[in-house]
Design a protein around this ligand. Structure first.
Ligand SMILES: [Zn+2]
Length: 270
């Protein structure tokens, strides 16, 4: 039977100042004005199940790249009642340093990844600094260790992970990028992760510049939109607007956690 999920976007970091040329292939403003982005992990919680989406960066890899880390992305799952020590399923949308670190902090988890992502991060394209620079080799090694402990589950394309929770491959940003769609009280919500970094990438058909294949990235935006019940059901992976649009579970968590399974209080930017 389809399960209904509560969805939490947990903000653990930010990159500010950041010029908009780092967010768009064709920067809309010739002055390259500041355009900060936020870093999130997500938790999908039903009556019977908890699934964590992405595991965030650690202090070394995030701060080494000039990012601000407000809180440990794994430890902050406790803010929404999720104990990382008990989590059994973690979806890794892709292995960039800000999404696939900290595996050692999930002692009971199986990590769900696309075949094509594992092939990508251990294959020929990693010979090129422009493609490998968004990965941290220590994270890749940690993932291989989990594989050899039988803690990695592979997926090839689109699949139902659990009733009410599906995984969808898109290319573009990386070779094995996947996003998550979850059934909620308001219908199908897509947690796009880096299949769609910012609403504005989608709105202006102007992709994020960290990209393996531009055409696949643009097609990925379409796939995200197609699988969500409406534009208001799309949650991008790095947009600071998410925190403004969606309510916090309680006043203490304002600006830290957003409930994205409930309707946004502001409409999705048109
Ligand atoms: Zn990212």
């Amino acid at each position: 039977m389809t399960e209904t999920y509560k969805l939490y976007a947990i903000k653990y970091g930010t990159h500010d100042p950041r010029p908009q040329s780092q967010n768009f292939m064709q920067p809309p403003d010739p002055h390259d004005a500041p355009y900060p982005i936020d870093y999130f992990v997500w938790a999908c919680v039903s009556e019977n199940r908890t699934v964590v989406i992405d595991t965030g960066f650690n202090e070394k890899s995030g701060c080494g790249r000039g990012r601000t880390m407000f809180r440990c992305p794994v430890g902050s799952l406790k803010l929404v009642g999720v104990d990382p020590a008990e989590v059994t399923d973690v979806v890794i949308t892709h292995m960039h340093y800000d999404h696939g670190g900290n595996f050692d902090k999930f002692p009971k988890a199986t990590f769900h990844i696309q075949d094509r992502e594992m092939a990508y991060i251990t294959g020929r394209y990693m010979r090129y600094p422009v493609l490998r620079s968004s990965f941290d080799v220590d994270d890749v090694c940690l993932l291989l260790r989990e594989l050899y402990k039988d803690r990695v589950e592979f997926h090839d394309g689109d699949t139902e992970l659990f009733p009410g929770l599906t995984l969808h491959h898109v290319g573009g940003h990386t070779q094995g990028m996947q996003f998550v769609r979850a059934w909620t009280e308001r219908g199908w919500v897509v947690l796009a992760s880096d299949a769609m970094h910012l609403f504005a990438n989608w709105r202006h058909k102007n992709p994020f510049p960290t990209v393996l294949h531009i055409g696949d990235m643009l097609e990925g935006h379409r796939k995200v939109a197609r699988l969500a019940d409406s534009p208001d059901h799309v949650v991008p992976g790095h947009d600071p607007l998410v925190m403004e649009m969606y309510p916090a579970p309680n006043d203490d968590l304002a600006g830290i956690v957003a409930r994205v399974d409930v309707a946004p209080s502001k409409p999705t930017p048109a």
